[in-house]
Design a protein around this ligand. Structure first.
Ligand code: AKG
Length: 373
């Protein structure tokens, strides 16, 4: 399915992105759900798939993580099944993320899909995500509050709720409507009619993630081995004081490491293309030889990128799933980043270089791309 959004992206970015929530009515005309509730329930039975059940039997919040063996005990009221990263496992659902490529790929986290029966929902909460909640089948009422300090509490160890808030949005969504919510705005969805909702989530890294992952890179690559030195040391009156200029020099040592553009790009490319969610990777068995890859492409076959694989360009370097695509053929590597489907045309002259075809063979044999058989 080729989903189209009837949305003025410029206007959306200027007025709403990371600023305030908005209901975008009937943005996907004649919306057709890419997945059925049964298929979603089936996915949540798989151990690699990250899923949750949230319910309120007798008015008490309950939450449990998948995989689930059965849903027979649940009844027809007051529960929701939520499945993360469905775009990694179900190609028709991944098509729903494609029209959001007006936003940078590197900011996308995943497509979460929820199935809720009347009265179901996860309760009032705050996310540190930008989320586009697409209404599929059924209808739900969404309340969104202003971004203000609110007390959070756990009604169950696996749930973090916020205290009641006054809504700035209080609307029923119908199929094809989208509710956009920036980080920090409390929200709550109440199900009127058995519903599917699709949350296209965007997540910015926090400094903690950046620093800790960069530190791992520094260790792995044996960087930053120079020791603090002070040939200009002067006599001091207070031997136990670390002086301000010494702190400055220490801070400078750390900042210098981050300030190496080459290392920074090499690290960031690996970091940002490492998926936070499991991928449906099946390495090619038996592995392809380079000449087989070459022949197939020249004979008109195409390579499809594994759904959810993160493939990004950082400056003049391209990365896939935490690995550098190690080639001087920037146009061809750029095409691997840009297009989910690749043929001889997009790869151009690079295909005539055996070293490039060997890199391609590694990507295919790793299960990152596969032939459109
Ligand atoms: C979110 O994606 O932030 C939600 O709150 C969606 C929860 C749901 O679909 O019930």
């Amino acid at each position: 399915m080729d989903y189209q959004l009837d949305l003025d992206w410029d206007d959306f970015l200027n007025r709403y992105w990371q600023k305030r929530p908005v209901v975008l009515k009937n943005v996907i005309k004649n919306f057709i759900d890419p997945i059925s509730p049964d298929e979603l329930a089936g996915l949540a039975m798989e151990s690699e798939v990250d899923s949750r059940l949230v319910s309120q039997p007798n008015g008490h919040w309950q939450a449990s993580n998948g995989p689930f063996e059965s849903y027979d005990h649940l009844g027809d009221k007051g529960w929701s099944l939520l499945v993360q990263a469905v775009n990694h496992w179900h190609a028709p659902s991944a098509a729903l993320v494609r029209p959001f490529r007006k936003l940078p790929d590197w900011r996308l986290d995943d497509l979460m899909i929820s199935f809720s029966v009347p009265g179901g929902g996860v309760g009032p909460h705050i996310d540190q995500y930008d989320v586009f909640i697409i209404q599929g089948m059924g209808s739900r009422r969404w309340r969104v509050g202003d971004k203000k300090p609110l007390k959070q509490y756990c009604p169950h160890p696996a749930l973090l709720h916020v205290e009641p808030f006054d809504p700035i949005i209080d609307e029923d969504l119908s199929p094809g409507d989208i509710l956009y919510i920036p980080p920090g705005f409390p929200h709550d969805g109440f199900t009127h009619e058995t519903a599917l909702n699709y949350s296209v989530g965007y997540r910015g890294p926090n400094s903690r993630d950046l620093i800790s992952n960069f530190a791992d890179y520094v260790l792995e690559h044996d960087l930053g081995g120079e020791h603090y030195s002070d040939p200009d040391l002067k006599l001091r009156e207070h031997p136990a004081l670390v002086e301000e200029h010494e702190l400055e020099r220490l801070r400078g040592m750390m900042i210098n490491l981050i300030n190496q553009p080459e290392d920074f790009s090499q690290w960031f490319g690996r970091f940002v293309t490492t998926s936070r969610h499991e991928l449906d990777i099946a390495p090619a068995e038996p592995p392809y030889r380079s000449d087989e890859i070459y022949d197939s492409l020249v004979q008109g076959e195409s390579l499809i990128r594994l759904s959810g694989l993160r493939v990004l360009r950082v400056g003049d370097l391209c990365f896939a799933n935490g690995e550098l695509i190690d080639t001087p053929h920037l146009d061809a590597a750029d095409a691997l980043c840009r297009y989910p489907l690749i043929s001889q045309k997009e790869l151009g002259d690079a295909l005539e270089d055996p070293a490039f075809v060997a890199v391609l063979a590694h990507l295919v044999n790793s299960g990152y791309w596969y032939f459109n058989d």
